[in-house]
Design a protein around this ligand. Structure first.
Ligand SMILES: [Zn+2]
Length: 327
């Protein structure tokens, strides 16, 4: 931990060595380690109380087929946190010229690759998650809407008992990530049109920004029949970003039955393969169906699913980030 002095009000405080941008706990000014003040600093409002969010969550969860019907009855809030999470937000119009290959399906002699070139335009608004407090995998695809954001205010955060998280990446690093995110998106879209060997020959346009935006999230721990689960919701618009929900009894039974049936099939196909001297078939079908069977079985045994708007991350990643969130 080292000390830093606010260039605006002179307040001195400690900062974490990972932090690249800090918000002064006294006056709310955000500035870099070298003292550069971040002018465009916005925040999302807390439009939903914790009670509102719990109601939204229960309704949302009940729409999933796996959720037990008695979730609202046995639901207990364990504890929660409100964190203001930092994003760097860029917007702009990007034009790229590219070359690539497509399959010539009309070709007489089977598939032949022909070279093409083209131009692609992309209107972007992209938000780069900036703190490792929440696993960035969860927030990479977070769809950001700058409308409705207001200028950042420390007293507002305090009023709601929130905690401000600081950016661990610099503005330069954020811009690099924004560019690679935009270009990856264009590349993915071109790949969907079956274009391969894509090369960008010219990139023009500008990413405007950044805006430094703190978005409020509730991180909530709840109990269902004594078991603990977690979810994350946007306090501004009530979106459920990431959630663990219990799986009801009926659904678990179905998963167990399907898992066992699949394992049975793995054994059966393996045996048939061995009897017919088809060793490769025996091994590969035994492994493929065996793994699938175990996977389905594990769903039934664990009795929990992960869901929400975020892109899926691995169990290990989810565990790591949740264990960091000290309640
Ligand atoms: Zn200050």
């Amino acid at each position: 931990m080292s000390k830093i002095v606010c260039p605006y009000c002179g307040y001195d405080f400690r900062l974490d060595p990972r932090e690249a941008v800090v918000t002064c706990p006294s006056c709310g000014t955000s500035f870099t380690r070298s003292g550069e003040v971040i002018e465009e600093h916005l925040m999302g409002r807390v439009n939903y109380s914790i009670q509102d969010i719990l109601e939204v969550f229960k309704e949302w969860a009940l729409r999933k087929p796996e959720t037990p019907d008695d979730l609202p009855l046995f639901f207990r809030l364990k504890d929660y946190k409100l964190v203001f999470y930092p994003f760097w937000v860029y917007s702009g119009n990007i034009v790229v010229n590219y070359t690539g290959h497509v399959k010539d399906i009309k070709g007489r002699y089977g598939t032949k690759l022909i070279e093409i070139s083209g131009k692609e335009e992309e209107s972007v608004e992209t938000a780069i998650p900036a703190s490792s407090y929440l696993h960035t995998g969860i927030l990479d695809d977070f769809v950001f809407n700058v409308r409705g954001k207001v200028y950042f205010s420390n007293s507002y955060v305090r009023k709601y008992g929130g905690r401000i998280l600081n950016s661990e990446i610099t503005k330069d690093e954020a811009e690099k990530r924004a560019w690679s995110k935009v270009l990856n998106k264009i590349r993915e879209r071109l790949s969907l049109r079956d274009i391969s060997n894509i090369m960008f020959t010219n990139i023009s346009g500008k990413l405007e920004g950044p805006l430094y935006v703190h978005e409020p999230f509730y991180i909530i721990r709840y109990l269902y029949r004594g078991r603990e689960f977690t979810f994350i919701a946007d306090a501004s618009d009530s979106r459920i970003i990431h959630a663990y929900i219990p799986v009801g009894k009926v659904f678990r039974m179905l998963a167990l039955a399907a898992g066992l049936a699949t394992l049975g099939m793995a054994l059966g196909l393996g045996l048939i393969g061995l009897i017919l001297d088809l060793e490769i078939f025996a091994i590969s079908s035994f492994l493929a169906f065996g793994i699938l069977g175990l996977f389905i079985l594990s769903k039934g045994i664990r009795g929990v699913i992960r869901t929400g708007e975020s892109k899926p991350i691995s169990e290990k990643e989810a565990y790591e980030f949740l264990s960091k969130v000290a309640f």
